[in-house]
Design a binder for this molecule. Structure first.
Ligand SMILES: *Cc1c(COP(=O)(O)O)cnc(C)c1O
Length: 448
C-alpha cells in the first residue's frame, strides 16, 4: 500500500487559493491606498525584525492568512516604502498597477525561460517588447534586446562581451561619476578601471580619454550622483577610432528618452555597442527589469553561447540564454508588456513630464530661497542642492528630515561637498508631496 497524502486544506484546495488570492490582492490595494500615511523610511533598529521572527521554521502547515497577518504585525515596521509618494532618495521608482498584476500572472505561469522551446511565448514576447521599447526610446532599429535583472548584470554582460572581443586590452574607462556597478564589473572581469576626470558640469572629459589599452568605455547618460550627461558623440568618435566597445549606461535617465523634448540628451547613444536602461527605475515596472540592447549580438553569443548536450534542441532557434550569463529567466517581459500597453506611450510621457515639471518647481524654490543653493545643472528629475554652510549642517539636516518619516532623501558628494539629492520618479508623487518635502527641509533647518 502506498502512502496516503492528505492534502492540506489551507495550502492546496482551489477554493482557499482563490480566497487567499483575493485577500492578498485586497491587502495590496489597501496598502497602496494608505502607503503615503506610513513613515517612508523604516524607523526600526538593526536586528529588531530578526528578533520578532521565530528562530526555527514551522513544523506544521499554516494557513496563508497567517503569513498576511505577520506581514502586518512583524514585517511592516521594517519596510521602507518605495511605493511611498515622498520617496525622493537614490532614484525614485514605481511598481505601477499593471506591473503588480502581471507579477501575479508571471508567478502563476512560472515559465522556465531556458530555451526557446521551454517557452516560445516568453522568448518572442521579450524580443517584441524590447523592440517596442527601443522604438519608444528612439533607439535605432535592428538592435537586439534582452531583459536582465539589474543594470549591474547588464553591464557585466556588456563588458564581458567587450573583453572577449579584445582579449589583449585589459582596461575599461568611465568617468569619476560612473556608477559603482562599473567598478564591480571590472573587478569581476579582472579588468583595470581607469576613471576619467569630469568637467565643471560633472561630464566625462573626452580630451582625457586614452583608449589604446581599453576594450571598453562606459558613458553615462544621467549619472547617479549629479545626474550629469557624458558627451556621448565625442566618446563614440574616440571609441570608433580606437576600436573600443562603447557601453552606454542610461539605467535611470534612459526612460526619459520616451519624451521627444528630452531626446537631445541621448545624442550619440544610437552608436553604442551596448545600452542599458532600467524600466524598473522610471517606467513603472516592478523590480526587477533591466533592458540591455546591443548591435553586436554576435559578440554576446560568442561570449555566452555555450549549449551543453542536455540542452540541445532540434529547432533552429537561438535561445536568449546564449546571449547572457544566466541560463534560466523569469517571464519579466510580461510585466513590461503590461506596462507598455496599459500606460501607453502617452501615459508614460505624461508621468515623466510631470516629474520633470515637479523637479523644475522644486529647483526654483531652492534657487529663490536665501541660504540655499543648487549645485549641479538639472537635466532630468533629480535636483542636487544644499544649505549654504558646513557639511555637518547638511548631514544633520538630512538625518532629521529622514527621521521625521515624512520624506526620504539621500545624498552624494560633489566637489568634495556634502550634497542633498531629491529625485522624483514615483507615479504617486504629487505637487503637494514635493511642497511638503520643501516644508520639512525648511522646518528642520530652522530647528537645527
Ligand atoms: C541605478 C543605476 C545603476 C544600477 O542599477 P541596478 O539595476 O540596481 O544594478 C547603474 N547605473 C546607473 C547610472 C544607475 O542610475
Amino acid at each position: 500500500m502506498g502512502v496516503r497524502i492528505t492534502p492540506d486544506p489551507h495550502t492546496v484546495s482551489p477554493s482557499s487559493f482563490r480566497e487567499d488570492g483575493a485577500l492578498a490582492l485586497d491587502w495590496v490595494a489597501s496598502y497602496l491606498e494608505r502607503v503615503g500615511e506610513l513613515p517612508v523610511l523604516s524607523q526600526v533598529e538593526p536586528g529588531a525584525i530578526r528578533a520578532a521572527l521565530p528562530s526555527s521554521p514551522p513544523d506544521r502547515p499554516e494557513p496563508f492568512s497567517a503569513v498576511l497577518d505577520d506581514l502586518d504585525r512583524v514585517l511592516m515596521p521594517g519596510l521602507t516604502h518605495s511605493q511611498h509618494p515622498r520617496w525622493f532618495s537614490y532614484f525614485a521608482i514605481t511598481g505601477s498597477e499593471p506591473s503588480i498584476l502581471a507579477e501575479l500572472l508571471i508567478a502563476g505561469l512560472n515559465q522556465l525561460g531556458i530555451l526557446w522551446r521551454t517557452s516560445p511565448a516568453l522568448q518572442e514576447l521579450e524580443e517584441v517588447t524590447l523592440q517596442w521599447l527601443a522604438e519608444l526610446l528612439g533607439l535605432p532599429p535592428g538592435l537586439r534586446g534582452q531583459i536582465e535583472d539589474t543594470a549591474s548584470t547588464s553591464t557585466v554582460v556588456a563588458l564581458a562581451a567587450a573583453r572577449s572581443l579584445a582579449p589583449d586590452r585589459r582596461v575599461v574607462l568611465c568617468s569619476e561619476q560612473a556608477h559603482s556597478s562599473v567598478d564591480k564589473a571590472a573587478r569581476l572581469l579582472e579588468l583595470e578601471l581607469w576613471k576619467v576626470p569630469v568637467d565643471d558640469e560633472f561630464r566625462l572629459r573626452p580630451d582625457l580619454l586614452d583608449l589604446d589599452d581599453a576594450c571598453a568605455a562606459v558613458a553615462t547618460i544621467g549619472t547617479t550622483g549629479p545626474g550629469s550627461v557624458d558627451p556621448v558623440p565625442a566618446i563614440a568618435d574616440a571609441c570608433e577610432r580606437a576600436g573600443t566597445w562603447l557601453h552606454v549606461d542610461a539605467a535611470y535617465a534612459g526612460s526619459a528618452a520616451i519624451c521627444s523634448e528630452l531626446r537631445h540628451h541621448f545624442a550619440g547613444w544610437e552608436r553604442a555597442d551596448s545600452v542599458v536602461v532600467n524600466p524598473h527605475k522610471w517606467l513603472g515596472v516592478t523590480l526587477d527589469c533591466s533592458t540591455l540592447w546591443t548591435r553586436r549580438p554576435d559578440v554576446l553569443r560568442a561570449t555566452f553561447g555555450h549549449v551543453p548536450e542536455y540542452l540541445r534542441a532540434d529547432e533552429d532557434v537561438g535561445s536568449i540564454s546564449e546571449y547572457t550569463q544566466a541560463l534560466g529567466r523569469r517571464f519579466r517581459a510580461l510585466k513590461l508588456w503590461a506596462v507598455l500597453r496599459c500606460h501607453g506611450r502617452s501615459g508614460l510621457q505624461e508621468r515623466l513630464r510631470e516629474h520633470m515639471r515637479l523637479a523644475a518647481l522644486f529647483e526654483s524654490w531652492v534657487q529663490a530661497e536665501l541660504g540655499w543653493e543648487v549645485v549641479a545643472p538639472r537635466h532630468f528629475s533629480l535636483v542636487c542642492f544644499r544649505r549654504v554652510g558646513s557639511d555637518e549642517d547638511n548631514e544633520r539636516l538630512l538625518e532629521r528630515a529622514n527621521a521625521s518619516g515624512e520624506v526620504f532623501l539621500s545624498h552624494t558628494r560633489l566637489d568634495d561637498r556634502f550634497v542633498l539629492r531629491l529625485a522624483i520618479g514615483s507615479f504617486r508623487t504629487t505637487e503637494d508631496d514635493v511642497r511638503l518635502a520643501w516644508d520639512v527641509l525648511k522646518r528642520e533647518t530652522a530647528a537645527l
